[in-house]
Design a protein around this ligand. Structure first.
Ligand SMILES: *Cc1c(COP(=O)(O)O)cnc(C)c1O
Length: 497
């Protein structure tokens, strides 16, 4: 029986999985959620012998029930291929008593590749299934990382175009270089004279512009978004938790049905929500450990039951977690409200108007599986340095936030026995300067970024990833810069309409 998805803010808005992927966000601004979490229908012994692609199929078919076997397998094969630098796709590395699940072996060396490499294929399959004839035009505003991961995912995917807007003076030189060197005839990158908020507002306006939509339609195009709240990004992320568990079992590290903990460095709450869904599918997970950096809204939420974004925004060395509104948390709120769209809507309305909401005691009791804590900037650096000194393994700043919280969890709960998987969300080569400063600031301070890359490769005994090698020499292919007000004109020019 097909799974039906409904909006977290309106129980009446119901769609199929493929429609949810096409729409991204519900019309009322809510997020699509399945009417129940399906169970895994394969045994752990079967999973133990599966490769990544087979595992992904076993998990995703339970959620994307209106895709045929052939369609879904085709999407998976196209996504998890030699774009990844290891056949395992998401290898597990044991270090200092924890298992690091390396989710950074894709084209942009961060975990967003796990979902953005498959989303384009899910999207065009969904379009075909729903008799959409138009080409899909992805519009994205980025503050850096997501833009590149989306570009890499959509590059040369037939039936799609992708246009990325970024603040011309608001991303790091490496991030800019990564984007403006993007290959693929269907990719477009534009710097705007403005900040990230203006880029995002400009994109939102275009999504809502009915006249533009009509012009696009006449020319055979329609907009879609690669936003992290899309169910087509969430579902692929469930797979790697199942994969990690099965690999631990296969290696004899855990017994059948033995529970493990999962630690996730969290920003928008997508990755940890995927782990929560994995648990609800039947995967034996004990605690879901939610790690924050100094933007510790979620830590406070798990302690007090009040979500309050009214606070100073901190810039940290783990920028992909510098977030005050964790959009995907809404799916958890909806669930602990008893799948009550009206109640959830009330809280989300309060978040918009007051920047805060409080959940009831009854709802809070249902968060018992979660543990939240945070790691300060100084602690993050120390975690990187200590782990390197002890084992030689180098982790990035986001992963270090998670490792720091895991340490606090053990001290606080005395749970040192449960085997624990830490989601490792970025390669240390992506945040080389922060990582090397953490190891020895005095020694590395005067080196250039690329000297640091070579030094990291030497001390960590890991080859420089292709994604980094490429930007040393890659040609600039995109040089469009525009004013905020010109964004729609630029889009029309690209689409020749
Ligand atoms: C996006 C990102 C995160 C946060 O993941 P969410 O799903 O938004 O919670 C953590 N680490 C890195 C490196 C990221 O790019």
């Amino acid at each position: 029986m097909d799974l039906i998805y409904s909006s977290t803010r309106n129980a009446k808005e119901k769609v199929t999985a493929s429609q949810a992927i096409l729409k991204g966000l519900a019309d009322d601004g809510g997020l699509f959620v399945p009417d129940r979490i399906p169970s895994l229908d394969v045994t752990i012994d079967e999973l133990a012998d599966m490769n990544y692609q087979e595992t992904a199929y076993a998990v995703m078919k339970q959620f994307l029930t209106d895709f045929t076997e052939e369609e879904l397998k085709d999407c998976i094969q196209k996504a998890y291929d030699s774009k990844f630098d290891t056949k395992e796709i998401a290898p597990l590395v044991e270090s200092d008593g924890a298992y690091y699940l390396e989710l950074f072996h894709g084209p942009t060396i961060a975990f967003k590749d796990m979902a953005l490499s498959i989303l384009p294929h899910l999207l065009i399959t969904a379009a075909r299934k729903n008799q959409v004839k138009n080409d899909i035009v992805i519009l994205t505003a980025t503050s850096g990382d997501t833009g590149k991961a989306a570009l890499a995912g959509f590059a040369d995917v037939k039936g799609t175009k992708i246009i990325v807007f970024y603040p011309k003076n608001g991303v790091s030189p490496i991030q800019e270089k990564q984007m403006v060197t993007q290959k693929g005839d269907n990719t477009y990158v534009v710097g705007i004279h403005g900040n990230f908020d203006q880029a995002q507002t400009g994109v939102k306006k275009m999504f809502q512009d009915k006249e533009l939509a009509a012009q696009m339609d006449a020319a055979g195009f329609q907009f879609s978004s690669a936003n992290s709240i899309n169910i087509g990004r969430l579902v692929p992320q469930i797979a790697y938790y199942v994969y990690a568990y099965a690999k631990l079992y296969k290696k004899g590290e855990i017994a059948k049905d033995e529970k493990i903990n999962v630690v996730v460095p969290t920003g928008n709450f997508g990755n940890i929500l995927a782990a929560f869904y994995a648990k609800n599918m039947g995967l034996p997970i004990a605690k879901l450990i939610c790690a924050s950096n100094e933007n510790k809204v979620l830590f406070d939420f798990f302690r007090t039951g009040t979500y309050d974004k009214n606070r100073e925004f901190m810039l940290t060395s783990s920028p992909s977690m510098d977030i005050l509104i964790s959009s995907n948390l809404e799916r958890l709120i909806y669930r602990i409200a008893g799948n009550d769209a009206a109640k959830n809507k009330e809280l989300m309305t309060a978040l918009t108007s007051d920047g805060a909401y409080a959940i009831t005691e009854e709802m809070k009791e249902q968060l018992a599986d979660f543990y939240g804590n945070y790691t300060s900037e100084a602690e993050t650096a120390k975690v990187i340095c200590d782990l390197y000194d002890k084992t030689g393994y180098v982790i990035d700043t986001h992963t270090a936030v998670a490792a720091g919280v895991y340490k606090k969890y053990k001290e606080e709960t005395k749970d040192t026995e449960t085997k624990t998987v830490i989601a490792s969300t970025a390669s240390p080569f992506k945040f080389t300067r922060s990582v090397m400063d953490a190891i020895d600031k005095e020694k590395y301070d005067s080196m250039t970024d690329f000297e640091l890359v070579d030094e990291l490769s030497r001390i960590g005994h890991v080859a420089v990833p292709k994604a980094i090698e490429e930007i040393r020499t890659a040609k600039v292919l995109h040089d469009t810069v525009c004013e905020v007000a010109e964004m729609p004109e630029v889009v029309k020019k690209f689409l020749a309409i």
